[in-house]
Unconditional design. Structure first.
Length: 402
């Protein structure tokens, strides 16, 4: 069954990435132009997704631990499709909020279950090259999905979302019959996800972090980055569309421009990560130096976007922001891993993800409120200001070389 498991995993990964890229190409524009959401509402939609995912992570994990990894994955893909369909079907701000709960249910059902399923089927040593191959195929799937989304959106902005949603449900049904499950065994009661175990994880993580100021700084940095990113992610398209304006000389639809920007950003991000890998080394001092420059440029990029008046200048800042954010992740992750003892690694990495989620949940609405009351440029200035304490923390870490 191993060849079938490999084929299923690659097909699932490729198909999910393609269809999600198709949906996301038009989803934000759909909320802006069709639903007419204001900046605060756009950010609250994202906050609802983060809050729902945070809340559902533990309950949905029980399905993968106790009943079936395959079932968890199949349900997750189906709920992603239903989330897309429900947003168009309900067609309102409240409907978008409710749809995010369905989306979050899909994400959390798949979270960790897909990797756990294929590891059960193939073994730990066999999955690493498969993960790398899937990552390469996913880059192609993203570009194809953007192209498909643009083509469908030129018929109507709801078409990529509805088509992608239906296709995701179809993919889930196909995977129900295609995915083998021969290596699954229910997790022992002591290893299953639960709120009690989650609380114990947080307590253990806090004990590990409390004695190491550098780890406390890293968690604080994750929360700050989360607060800054949520506002930008939800508002840059509205800023480009409503404040700066898109070029008219090619007579292209807005979705075509945003699709082209997404495709260009994907390629630019791949190039940026490649460059950073060459510049980086295995020393903490080098990582901190690079991160200081990256976060400094990211703060400058947000300010530049806030005050940009022309499309070409705004596009430059958007590309810079995207490249920096993608290239920061591997450096930050490597630095974090070097500081964590093996027995605490999973706990602290989990806490780091929760810190980022808390930052998005708490900081996103504040930036959305600033955008609603003072304008979108002010929101990007606020997002930039969120990153300034990061530079201070990195400077302190550079002095201690930790």
């Amino acid at each position: 069954m191993q060849p079938q498991a490999r084929f299923s995993y690659l097909g699932l990964s490729f198909g999910t990435r393609l269809l999600l890229s198709c949906i996301f190409t038009a989803s934000m524009l759909y909320r802006i132009q069709v639903l007419g959401l204001d900046p605060l509402q756009l950010v609250l939609v994202g906050t609802m997704l983060e809050a729902a995912a945070f809340t559902l992570e533990i309950p949905t994990g029980v399905i993968a631990d106790v009943y079936s990894r395959r079932l968890s994955v199949v349900l997750g893909v189906a709920f992603l499709g239903l989330g897309a369909l429900s947003e168009v079907w309900l067609g309102s701000f409240v409907g978008s909020l409710l749809a995010q709960v369905v989306w979050a249910l899909g994400y959390t059902l798949m979270s960790g279950a897909t990797e756990a399923w294929i590891t059960d089927e193939l073994g730990v040593e066999a999955v690493e090259p498969l993960f790398l191959k899937a990552a390469q195929l996913n880059s192609i799937a993203s570009l194809l999905g953007i192209g498909l989304g643009v083509a469908l959106a030129n018929i109507g902005l709801g078409w990529p979302i509805v088509s992608g949603g239906i296709a995701l449900v179809g993919l889930a049904i196909t995977m129900r019959w295609l995915m083998p499950e021969t290596g699954f065994a229910p997790a022992p009661a002591t290893e299953r996800q639960s709120w009690g175990r989650f609380g114990a994880t947080l307590r253990h993580g806090w004990q590990a972090v409390r004695g190491q100021p550098v780890l406390t700084s890293l968690l604080l940095m994750s929360a700050i980055a989360g607060a800054a990113s949520e506002g930008y992610d939800r508002l840059w398209e509205a800023h480009l569309l409503n404040n700066i304006g898109l070029p008219t000389w090619l007579n292209l639809q807005p979705v075509t421009w945003f699709g082209a920007i997404a495709a260009l950003g994907t390629l630019a991000s791949l190039a940026a990560v490649s460059v950073i890998k060459r510049l980086a080394s295995n020393t903490t001092e080098r990582s901190i130096w690079l991160l200081r420059w990256q976060y400094g440029l990211l703060a400058a990029g947000l300010l530049g976007l806030a005050f940009a008046q022309q499309f070409a200048i705004a596009l430059f800042w958007i590309m810079l922001i995207r490249m920096l954010r993608q290239s920061i992740q591997p450096l930050y992750g490597a630095w974090l891993n070097r500081l964590i003892e093996g027995r605490s690694r999973a706990t602290i990495i989990s806490m780091n993800s929760q810190a980022d989620a808390f930052g998005q949940i708490l900081g996103g609405p504040i930036i959305g409120l600033i955008a609603s009351r003072m304008g979108l440029p002010a929101a990007f200035v606020a997002a930039s200001c969120c990153l300034w304490p990061m530079l201070v923390l990195l400077r302190r870490r550079q002095r201690t070389k930790q």
